[in-house]
Design a binder for this molecule. Structure first.
Ligand code: ADP
Ligand code: MG
Length: 323
């Protein structure tokens, strides 16, 4: 069954469980109107997911709905913002009700969980792509930025790295996993990333810089280094690797996944050593774990060490445009 544009918006995108008081005018008019609470700055981010580039052609629509929201929430997390509103630009080849139903269920599952209200968007016909603009709130001076890491700061990451890269291998059939619980865990890490929203908020005024890991540590950490004018040393022995990842490959491959594969949506952040206790308490009480994996240095090089020696290979993260 196919549905017209207006009934499509009404049917699949107008109903949401949460309804924020600061939304003066939501879906249905030419623009949305929002009350920005006094004493807060607006944090805005936009991300596009294109079929065949950012998600597999046979992805489940509900996973796609979840992930489209989660990746934008991960950007809000990285700056320490609290999620508030979102708009959605959806391009679809045909308006198929079963696809739209499943997509909107996944989308609202994630949006409702994080208190993000859908306030508008755009719907057009064409090759499948999903663009989400997420908006959040952060008090002036509290946003975590990429540009303020200092030599001597510790480099940390939340959670485990490399799981989503292995999940992609499983989803594309390049790797078979016998153990069902491990297979489900790794696929979930790829299909339904959990943005570290509470970690970002908890590390306001504690972390010196932060970024979310969408393109792998080797791709994303250099953004902090360049913006801050510093270098770094990463200790490969310290990388947080899940039992499920380690069970699928040798340790060198596991390290490779952890450093180079995208889609983990963990946070990488830096912190002055004297603030480590405060950080530990703040992250623990917000239900997040973290691992120290290296240190910011002077200069501009990113070095890796293993077993107390300089690691002689280089890593590259995911990039859309190779030159
Ligand atoms: P206009 O042509 O004035 O931009 P549209 O016909 O594109 O209006 O959209 C009508 C209303 O539906 C607007 O309020 C718009 O924000 C909203 N809308 C359109 N597509 C979506 C979508 N995919 N999700 C949520 N809201 C949408
Ligand atoms: Mg429009």
């Amino acid at each position: 069954m196919s549905v017209s544009e207006f009934s499509l918006i009404e049917k699949y995108f107008h109903q949401q469980d949460i309804s924020r008081k600061d939304v003066v005018l939501g879906i249905g008019d030419d623009c949305a109107l929002l009350d920005i609470p006094a004493g807060q700055q607006l944090a805005v981010t936009v991300d596009t997911l294109v079929e065949g580039v950012h998600f597999l052609t046979d992805s489940s629509p509900s996973d796609l709905g979840w992930k489209a929201i989660a990746v934008s929430l991960s950007d809000l997390a990285a700056i320490g913002a609290e999620p508030a509103w979102l708009s959605l630009a959806l391009t679809i080849l045909k308006s198929e009700s079963s696809w739209l139903e499943s997509f909107s269920v996944g989308l609202f599952e994630c949006a409702d969980y994080y208190g993000l209200q859908l306030i508008g968007g755009d719907t057009s016909r064409g090759p499948l792509s999903v663009t989400v603009q997420a908006m959040g709130l952060v008090p002036p001076g509290a946003a975590l930025q990429r540009s303020s890491a200092k030599p001597g700061d510790l480099i940390c990451v939340t959670g485990h790295l490399g799981d989503a890269g292995m999940g992609l291998e499983i989803a594309t059939g390049r790797r078979e996993v016998q153990q069902v619980a491990q297979k489900d865990y790794l696929l979930k890490r790829f299909n339904r990333p959990v943005p570290r929203v509470s970690a970002g908020i908890a590390m306001r005024h504690i972390a010196s810089a932060a970024i979310d890991l969408s393109d792998g540590l080797a791709g994303d950490l250099p953004h902090i280094l360049t913006a801050s004018g510093v270098g770094a040393t990463i200790n490969l022995d310290k990388l947080p690797l899940s039992t499920a990842l380690v069970a699928q490959c040798n340790s060198e491959d596991a390290i490779h996944y952890a450093i180079t594969s995208g889609d983990d949506y963990e946070l990488c952040f830096t912190v002055a050593e004297e603030k480590l206790d405060t950080l530990t308490k703040a992250l623990k009480s917000s239900g997040n774990d973290y691992t120290v994996i290296g240190r910011i240095t002077g200069g501009s090089c990113l070095r890796y060490t293993q077993h107390d020696k300089v690691y002689d290979k280089d890593f590259t993260g995911y990039t859309h445009f190779k030159h």
